[in-house]
Design a protein around this ligand. Structure first.
Ligand code: GCO
Ligand code: CA
Length: 263
């Protein structure tokens, strides 16, 4: 017991969208706890190769697979290849996501649908094709990466909020249907982290930058490495009776209404 509760040696973890950003930080945490990483991205093979090389330089076992999480046929082919070339997937992290910041009344329907497709439909598609082997082996961990926008609205991010709110409920429904197979499905809801996705709203002097620091009880943006503990917990034996839960890692944002800029 003790620390071995969190040991991931011998486990294989597929993390979608793990070539950069929070996906990369969480995958690194899983790798440091002993898991073999299946790295995924869809932009370029070169980006995947670079990420794999980075993980390996950190002493982590990693292999890369390029596929589009929104394309069911592509997912089916990739999961089949992973299972034959690497082995069964013990841990699935549905992390790949996009955001479009557009006022709701100006948003194109195609853009709204694209966000829903990547952020909500793809976790369903990938889980559907990974869970069957988990069911057969009577064990598995699925972790859906949610958001503050699973709980809160914000100007310009309507499609993202609709998708992430949906992903919270998809997480609960997956837990409802699959818990009896000894599969735990939980979510992580990151607060505001310093990544490329938030770069446009984090620049010095941008009013949002100041707003987030003021709105967060911890009074700072999150460091992506702050997610490692949560992901290792939800991927390991330590969470074997935790199901359908969203673990918010947000420096206290959801605990509070916030405070005025000047007190
Ligand atoms: C935004 C941000 C958020 C974060 C994160 C918050 O524009 O409000 O990009 O959506 O990325 O998901 O939890
Ligand atoms: Ca760091």
């Amino acid at each position: 017991m003790g620390i071995s509760l969190f040991d991931l040696n011998g486990k294989t973890a597929l993390v979608t969208g793990s070539t950069h950003g929070l996906g990369m930080a969480m995958a690194k945490g899983l790798g440091q706890a002993g898991a073999t990483l299946v790295v995924n991205g869809n932009s370029s093979q070169q980006k995947i190769d670079q990420a794999v090389a980075y993980y390996q330089s950190e002493g982590i076992k990693a292999v890369g697979f390029k596929f589009n999480v929104t394309d069911e046929q592509d997912v089916i082919k990739a999961i089949h290849r992973i299972q034959t070339e690497v082995g069964h997937i013990d841990i699935l992290v549905n992390n790949a996501g996009i955001i479009k910041r557009v006022p709701l009344e100006d948003m194109e329907v195609a853009d709204f649908k694209e966000v829903i497709d990547v952020d909500l439909v793809s976790p369903f598609i990938v889980s559907k094709h990974v869970v069957k082997s988990m069911m057969a082996r009577k064990q598995g961990k699925i972790i859906n990466i949610c958001s503050m926008m699973s709980e809160l609205g914000r100007n310009t991010v309507s499609a993202y909020a609709a998708a992430k709110g949906g992903l919270k409920m998809l997480t609960k429904n997956m837990a409802t249907e699959w818990a009896k197979h000894n599969i735990q499905v939980n979510g992580i809801g990151p607060g505001y982290f310093a990544t490329s996705q938030t770069a446009p709203i984090r620049i010095e002097g941008h009013p949002f930058n100041e707003f987030i620091v003021n709105r967060t009880p911890a009074a700072k943006w999150g460091d992506p490495d702050d997610l490692a503990g949560a992901i290792i917990f939800l991927a390991s034996k330590a969470s074997d009776y935790v199901n359908g839960h969203i673990l918010y890692v947000d420096g206290g944002i959801l605990a509070t209404i916030g405070k005025p800029a000047i007190e």
